[in-house]
Ligand binder design. Structure first.
Ligand code: SAH
Ligand code: SF4
Ligand code: F3S
Length: 477
């Protein structure tokens, strides 16, 4: 699931709690509908990509394609790709080889690449290796019906144009891999930040925000269909901004959060990802005002050292980040904070790495996504700085970060023993169908024995009697 985390013997870095943040892969599961054409889709990367796959499913539904879980039965295989680290790209490459084999026994089958690898690898895959029939970038999904039509006539098709306006606001996503309880809503696309290590501004283009009324309408529709939690998604939700062209009225992220919270007190609202440079006290006060806005903030620090943060072009320093943590603790004393961390960025010294460990302790992260630096072609860092930390040093630092995070999470979770939390029941626990699982406001996954009359979508009070570094175990009271 975590494409660059090594597995440490005896230490489990993840359990059922992965859903809160913005990356990681999963396979889609659907049944086949007789009489229709079928597409099979796999998504990699962040939740925004998963959310995009649901937009793609909607666009394809309009032209008579239904989803299937079985690629052998499909007329079209799509892979929604991620470029964030080299490993993510390698995974996709392997999958394309598998699809090639499926195609060899079903020559009518078309294969398309979507998402963040489209721009960079279109030539190689379409022209040089002739591995795929379609390459479609994240802003060109409305063109899919045309491109598929042309591909069906034997052409190799590409559209990787990025847009300054496209938000797919009017498209009602088809929920693909759904528990019927929690859903993601994209509120913006692209990113204007230019962190020096990151490909996202190149793969997804300029930042643009979606009309807030369409976001609220989507949340309302989900609630009426039984969903009880929405997560508002963006690469930097704090820079959400929208000016009403008719009234001139300005909506910022705190306003949008409030508008969504007002849909219904039983609809929980989460969001991801917050950027330390932009996260305002106004957002924190809005969270404090509404019971149904979850007390959980994913606030990636990346590094705890100011010189490295400067090289990363994160535009905040160690002190600024610590001050943001202080504000969270002051305004939302019960909130959990999680992070993303990169080890072994260009020229990082041992002392600078120690600063990352110490800021992790300071912030007391409930969870972190942790990565060894992976140089990405075309980024600022690739052009300006040498990728000069040896792989084994990056990995050793990463292991230290993982070990500390696991210990902190274990300690934090032990402190929850004896507490009672309001939990939204999501589904069966992956370990036992006798148990349900669901998260508390702090985004911690709780596992507890099922009780008659309690179903996914219900809120229950769960008293915690045991904990691992990844999960709280309890029972309904
Ligand atoms: N918009 C989010 C992050 C999106 S990418 C933010 O700004 O926080 C998700 C995470 O992948 C990043 O937070 C970073 O920790 C990691 N990441 C991005 N580029 C990377 C690279 N080149 N090498 C290693 N990790 C990287
Ligand atoms: Fe990448 Fe930085 Fe934008 Fe996040 S904020 S997507 S790390 S450029
Ligand atoms: Fe997401 Fe990967 Fe693209 S993290 S934005 S799918 S590069």
């Amino acid at each position: 699931m975590y494409d660059s985390n090594p597995t440490l013997d005896g230490i489990k870095t993840i359990d059922e709690s992965r859903q809160g943040s913005v990356f990681y892969r999963e396979h889609q599961q659907h049944g086949k509908t007789p009489g229709l054409k079928h597409f099979y889709i796999e998504s990699y990367g962040c939740q925004m990509n998963f959310s995009d796959s649901e937009i793609v499913a909607s666009i394809l539904g309009e032209v008579g394609f239904a989803p299937t879980r079985n690629m052998e039965e499909s007329d079209l295989i799509l892979i929604n790709t991620c470029s964030i680290r080299e490993k993510a790209e390698e995974t996709v490459r392997k999958r394309l080889k598998t699809f090639e084999q499926v195609k060899s026994v079903n020559p009518g089958l078309k294969v398309g690449v979507l998402g963040c690898m489209a721009e960079r690898l279109k030539k190689q895959w379409l022209e040089d290796e002739k591995l795929v029939d379609l390459v479609v970038g994240p802003d060109a999904y409305r063109d899919l019906p045309n491109l598929i039509g042309a591909a069906e006539e034997g052409n190799r098709m590409v559209n990787v144009l990025l847009s300054r306006e496209e938000t797919y606001a009017d498209i009602n996503p088809v929920r693909l891999e759904t528990n019927g309880v929690t859903a993601f809503i994209s509120i913006m696309r692209g990113c204007d930040n230019m962190c020096s290590f990151c490909v996202v501004p190149f793969t997804r283009g300029r930042e643009r925000s979606r009309d807030p009324f369409s976001v609220v309408a989507e949340a309302r529709d989900l609630f009426s269909r039984g969903y009880r939690e929405v997560t508002l998604l963006g690469q930097n939700v704090d820079s959400y901004k929208w000016d009403n062209p008719e009234t001139g009225e300005h909506t910022d992220f705190a306003d949008l959060l409030e508008m969504t919270a007002l849909v219904h007190p039983d609809l929980r609202v989460r969001f991801s990802t917050s950027h330390p440079k932009d996260m305002t006290d106004k957002v924190l006060h809005t969270m404090a005002r509404y019971e149904n806005i979850c007390e959980y903030i994913h606030l990636p620090v990346q590094s705890g050292n100011s010189r490295i943060l400067d090289l990363m072009n994160r535009t905040y320093d160690r002190e600024w980040y610590m001050e943001r943590i202080d504000s969270i603790r002051r305004i939302l004393p019960e909130a959990a904070v999680s992070s993303d961390i990169i080890t072994g960025f260009c020229s990082e010294t041992e002392e600078e790495h120690q600063d990352t460990l110490s800021i992790m302790e300071y912030a007391n992260f409930s969870m972190s996504y942790m990565f060894a630096y992976s140089e990405r072609p075309g980024t600022l860092a690739a052009r300006k700085y040498a990728d000069d930390i040896p792989e084994d040093v990056k990995k050793r630092r990463l292991n230290e970060v993982i070990r500390l995070q696991t210990a902190m999470a274990h300690r934090n979770n032990q402190q929850d023993i004896g507490k009672t939390f309001r939990v939204l029941v999501e589904r069966d626990s992956s370990r036992s169908s006798a148990d349900h699982c669901g998260r508390n406001s702090q985004n911690k996954m709780c596992v507890f024995p099922k009780k008659d009359g309690i179903n996914p979508g219900d809120y229950v009070m769960v008293r915690i009697h045991d904990a691992t570094s990844a999960t709280l175990l309890g029972e309904i009271v």
